[in-house]
Design a protein around this ligand. Structure first.
Ligand SMILES: NCCC[C@H](NC(=O)CCN)C(=O)O
Length: 398
């Protein structure tokens, strides 16, 4: 069967399941669950994939992770990724119900044609919890879950179609100032004000922002600003996210921020403790594989999706994802696809849009485009050589 016929057959499989896929997505959307607690989403996704004939490894390494496999060893191993965690207070404001749906739909589409290829193909639909906080994919990476994967793909709903989203490396900084409690209206001189230190730290970073490189970002909150207006705060805590294009740039940004943190302690006479969280919550920048991205763009174009060519938009819009870490261990793509809204992700309006029937064709188109991309690579296995070379070059240049 020609690649075009395989693509048509795989797209038809998605269309045939459209109503079930919408129900699946709705079930997740109506029951938002936070990082590592996505039990209901995990249940409906694994049930659905099992019904579709996948061999499902429920609770794969993590309680709410899964692996659904079809096909055979001995050829390419394609991995499609699902996310399904929600945000506190606003539910699926990042549209992960649609990411899960796209992942499952892509799996169905590739499975439909998996026996038609000239060589064996293994397909894994990987369920990855806790993207918004916690870095579920990083636990899976540490456990070697991507070791035999040739390439990985997922798609994320957004406000624009951006095939090569330049997404940033991110690290969390936690800061604690310790001072001395006293009455703020009596012997104030006996107190050492940890809230002043927190405010100065926050202000220092705000001032630093003007001198930062474009795309470097620091944003945060005062988590604990004291206990009572009538007690000089003796302890305060802050939490910041630092982001930059690469790990090296992130290191430089860390140094500047440390200056802001330490100087606030000196100015106020407080003690300071701070730590950068070098754990699963640290996300790498996303490396979009050029060959995979080019194939995806062509396939999306055929389906009527025009990816944003405007560098001023693609350059200015960033964020982070633990898919970034995946693209440092295997080649991958993570296109962003537009829903019919101008709402920002992580807003209530985006939550509403992610649950509409109106958004369905946009999600299903992505699943078709991802499946078509996998079909292109499977039908032209020599492309895998180029993909691997690019992958090594990208890592070396990162
Ligand atoms: N602590 C990780 C934050 C990840 C978060 N990701 C997104 O917003 C986009 C994908 N869901 C971020 O703030 O970048």
């Amino acid at each position: 069967m020609s690649a075009d016929n395989l693509k048509a057959k795989s797209s038809a499989a998605i269309q045939n399941c459209a109503s079930d896929l919408y129900d699946l997505s709705q079930e997740i959307w109506k029951n938002p669950e936070l990082a590592f607690k996505e039990h209901r989403a995990h249940q409906v996704l694994t049930d659905f994939l099992e019904k579709q004939g996948f061999r499902v490894d429920r609770h794969y390494k993590l309680d709410t992770a899964f692996r659904a496999v079809c096909g055979e060893e001995g050829g390419l191993h394609v991995c499609v990724i699902c996310e399904y965690d929600a945000l506190p207070g606003i539910g699926h404001g990042c549209g992960h119900n649609l990411i899960a749906e796209v992942g499952v739909a892509t799996g169905i589409a590739i499975k439909e044609v998996i026996q038609d290829f000239q060589q064996p193909v293994k397909l894994t639909v990987m369920g990855t919890p806790a993207e918004e906080a916690g870095g579920g994919k990083n636990f899976l990476i540490q456990d070697g879950c991507f070791k035999d994967v040739d390439f990985a793909m997922m798609a994320h709903p957004f406000t624009y179609n951006i095939s090569r989203w330049r997404c940033l490396a991110i690290i969390t900084l936690e800061v604690t100032y310790k001072g001395e409690a006293s009455h703020p209206a009596y012997q104030t001189w006996q107190g050492t004000n940890a809230l002043d230190a927190a405010v100065l730290c926050y202000s220092n970073i705000s001032v630093l922002r003007q001198q930062m490189r474009p795309h470097h970002q620091v944003h945060g909150i005062i988590e604990n600003g004291g206990t009572h207006p009538d007690i000089i705060p003796s302890e305060t805590t802050l939490r910041f996210y630092l982001r930059a294009h690469t790990e090296t740039e992130l290191k430089n940004l860390e140094k500047s921020v440390v200056g802001c943190v330490e100087s606030a302690a000196i100015a106020t006479g407080c003690q300071v403790e701070y730590s950068f969280k070098r754990d699963a919550s640290k996300y790498s920048n996303l490396i979009q594989n050029n060959t995979l991205a080019t194939l995806y763009e062509r396939n999306a174009e055929v389906l009527g999706v025009t990816n944003c060519p405007d560098k001023s938009v693609t350059g200015a819009v960033s964020g982070s994802t633990d898919m970034g870490n995946v693209t440092h261990v295997v080649p991958g793509i993570h296109p962003m696809f537009a829903l019919p809204t101008d709402a920002s992700i992580h807003s209530r309006n985006f939550t509403l849009q992610a649950g509409t029937l109106e958004s369905q064709p946009y999600a299903l188109n992505q699943a078709k485009a991802l499946a078509m991309t996998a079909i292109d690579v499977i039908c032209q296995p020599q492309l895998m050589d180029t993909i691997r070379v690019e992958f090594q070059q990208d890592l070396a240049n990162d």
